[in-house]
Write a protein that binds this ligand. Structure first.
Ligand code: FAD
Length: 377
């Protein structure tokens, strides 16, 4: 049997999820290319809690709602009967803060309505400062918060490693190189260094770097990079594994992982291009904010690591996916912005469904690629 040669360029959460799914198909010969510098997925904070956003874009909401709902089933299939390591993914709940109690009540009502179509939100309750302290003993403020038990945290880097390991053990090849895409008669050439591979079908899961791949082929791509920096601190002496994700008012979230490790972030920097430089003052400012919004304990916590990565945004903040116009059998997705870790596995599944010629799990007409990727020459 001649196998269908499929190439995936980019192995963040989207490409790695597609790789895992396609690696199980016996008729596919799969190669995954990933350079990795600045990858959004491995820099991400790890919040999976899209339901209480006030953003009004219904198509985006449907993508992230379905994306969050897909996680448990997807991970169970990846783990093949074994339990999902809690260092990779855990449903710990979310605590959401607002300046005014009235806003919390409004959000609570929105949550109740949305739960009808998204039961994964789980239990909803407005918790008093004392009740918050019972969940997270370091809480030192005096505000109430909305709690949703279905919120989860995920370590993007560990999840991608897991997916790629499974894909490779299923027979996929993984090449850690930056590649170029070219047309090659009726197929495609993927080149890196002095090497050139061929493919019948290509998935471009290159996020913020999609313009760099497609512009040489005569395309204009409406995707821009946004820099995000995060800091990780140690809260020695606390067992943080089951603490909920904490979302204070504003952009700085607090994501407890295991062993006293807590991630704080992130920045949303639109004027830095692909810059990845870490600014020590920015990290200190984020810790200060966490200490101001949630707990004085952060002011005495020590920094254990930091990271920075690149998000991909379209000019109207909407994500897209589908077949690249005039490039038969080349499929792409991008523009997942600040919720791509939530949507990523499901978007990867949709791209693999396109390769397999199956109906996609999300309606493609809601995320039209030709609005953002245009052939100009
Ligand atoms: C600081 C930060 C915090 C975030 N927090 C959250 C969060 O809490 N929740 C959430 O849902 N989302 C979050 N996000 C957003 C989320 O991380 C991204 O939207 C998502 O990871 C994008 O996944 P992706 O697979 O599309 O792209 P990426 O993860 O960016 O992967 C793209 C990959 O393609 C590779 N690539 C590109 N071009 C080439 C080429 N020519 N050759 C080889 N390889 C190539 C890159 O090297 C990269 O590895 C955050 C993002 C950042 C930066």
């Amino acid at each position: 049997m001649t196998k269908q040669k499929v190439a995936i360029i980019g192995a963040g959460i989207v490409g790695a999820s597609a790789a895992y799914i396609l690696s199980k198909e016996p008729h596919i010969d799969l190669t995954v290319y990933d350079e990795g510098t600045g990858q959004g997925t491995s820099a991400a904070a790890g919040i999976i809690s899209p339901w209480l956003s006030k953003r009004r874009n219904k198509k985006w909401y449907n993508m992230v709602k379905e994306g969050a709902a897909f996680y448990p089933d997807f991970l169970n299939s990846v783990m093949d009967g074994e339990s999902v390591p809690s260092s990779v993914y855990k449903r710990v709940g979310t605590l959401l803060f607002k300046h005014k109690d009235k806003q919390l009540k409004e959000l609570f009502d929105i949550g109740l309505k949305r739960r009808i179509h998204a039961p994964e939100i789980g239990e909803l309750a407005i918790l008093s400062p004392q009740e918050i302290k019972e969940l997270v003993p370091i809480y030192t403020k005096n505000k109430s918060a909305l709690y949703a038990s279905g919120g989860a945290r995920v370590d993007g880097e560990k999840l991608v490693d897991l997916l790629l390991k499974k894909a490779v053990s299923n027979g996929a090849r993984l090449i850690r190189e930056q590649v170029k895409l070219e047309r090659n008669n009726h197929a495609y050439a993927i080149s890196y260094g002095s090497k050139k591979d061929s493919a019948d079908t290509v998935i471009l899961a290159a996020a913020a770097w999609l313009p760099k791949l497609l512009e040489p082929l005569g395309y204009s791509v409406d995707v821009r990079p946004q820099k995000g920096q995060l800091v990780e601190v140690a809260l020695n002496g606390y067992e943080t594994e089951d603490w909920p994700v904490i979302m204070p008012e504003g952009e700085r979230d607090i994501i407890p992982f295991e062993g006293g490790s807590v991630v704080i972030g992130a920045t949303h920097e639109n004027d830095k291009g692909f810059d990845l430089e870490i600014e020590k003052e920015t990290l200190s400012a984020m810790i200060k904010e966490a200490s101001h919004s949630f707990s004085d304990h952060f002011s005495s916590s020590s920094i254990t690591s930091y990271r920075s990565g690149t998000r991909a945004y379209t000019s109207d903040f909407a994500p897209f996916m589908g077949e690249v116009p005039e490039l038969e059998n080349v499929y792409a997705a991008s523009g997942l912005g600040s919720t791509g870790l939530t949507a990523g596995p499901l978007v990867g599944k949709c791209l693999s469904e396109l390769v397999l010629n199956r109906k996609t799990s999300l309606p493609l007409e809601d995320y039209p690629i030709n609005q953002y990727v245009k052939k100009t020459r």
